[in-house]
Design a protein around this ligand. Structure first.
Ligand SMILES: Nc1ncnc2c1ncn2[C@@H]1O[C@H](COP(=O)(O)OP(=O)(O)OP(=O)(O)O)[C@@H](O)[C@H]1O
Ligand SMILES: [Mg+2]
Length: 260
């Protein structure tokens, strides 16, 4: 089992969308995949066609002491998803306290699932520093930092990189990270300039791009895998390259955190 955390310093940059598309792409490469939602927004399941009325998930399982396996659901795409779950505010605070008291809870619970060697667990996280990010980074074998090509995303990169360094760089099983610049729009000069600045900072090898493409939100709206919904779209092409880059990272045996 390999675990990849999808993280960002800033909200609304496309982490959940990327998580779902990565799962679909890795499954197409023959991997078994488990998507895990660590965000109280509980939105990842919607990308797999799980009903908005579905209330189960990992937060509920922790609070009631249930086996996490009983909260895994299969979406309409065939992928397995472990939703965050629908809980009230008091339960959320209790759950977050549990996470604070046991920083390796996620890692330990994922190990108990007994997933196959070739299984990839994709962790979707809320933006910025949080108890969820700490748990995700303590479990991850690799990370994808998602950013928009704008000044606000650029400004959050040092913080998110320092958190990756703090929680991952000393772990032997951490293979490295990629910076995914999402919603690249080559028509806009500013987006172009920021993309170039990020490329210069991270080095081309650690960067992947996904262009802004309406096919991406449309595929979600119609509950379709992007590669089936619009296989010739720019977005579908970019996502394929991202999946390949993630697969290369997960198969690498060298620690790629030299730039941290
Ligand atoms: N490459 C893209 N092209 C066009 N639209 C996109 C692209 N990537 C994401 N989006 C859209 O951007 C919006 C935000 O995406 P998403 O919810 O995945 O962000 P997020 O980082 O998970 O947000 P949050 O921080 O709130 O969890 C959505 O409407 C999504 O459809
Ligand atoms: Mg999200």
């Amino acid at each position: 089992m390999k675990i990849i955390a999808i993280v960002s310093g800033k909200g609304g940059v496309g982490k959940t969308t990327v998580s779902a598309n990565l799962c679909a792409g890795l499954r197409r490469l023959g991997k078994s995949v488990l998507a895990v939602d660590l965000d109280p927004q509980n939105a990842l399941r919607l990308h797999f066609g799980v009903s908005p009325r579905h209330v189960g998930g990992l937060a509920r399982a922790v609070l009631s002491g249930d086996d996490w396996r009983s909260s895994v659901v299969q979406g309409n795409t065939g992928d397995y998803v472990l939703p965050y779950g629908s809980i009230n505010e008091g339960d959320r605070l209790d759950f977050e306290q549990d996470l604070r008291e046991n920083p390796t809870l996620l890692r330990d619970q994922l190990a108990l699932l007994g997933l196959a060697e070739d299984c990839v667990v994709v962790l979707d996280t809320p933006p910025g520093a949080s108890v969820y990010l700490t748990q995700a980074l303590a479990a991850a074998n690799a990370a994808v930092i998602v950013a928009l090509p704008d000044a606000a995303s650029y400004a959050t990169l040092p913080k998110i990189m320092s958190l990756i360094k703090q929680y991952c760089s000393r772990r032997k099983k951490f293979l490295g990270y990629l910076l995914l610049i999402n919603q690249v729009d080559r028509v806009k000069q500013l987006a172009d300039d920021v993309t170039d600045m990020m490329s210069a900072k991270f080095g081309k090898k650690s960067i992947v791009l996904i262009h802004q493409d309406q096919a991406i939100p449309e595929a979600l709206a119609y509950s379709k895998d992007l590669q089936e919904y619009d296989p010739l779209s720019r977005g579908a092409h970019d996502v394929k390259l991202c999946v390949q880059a993630v697969e290369r990272l997960l198969n690498s045996d060298t620690v790629g955190v030299a730039a941290l």
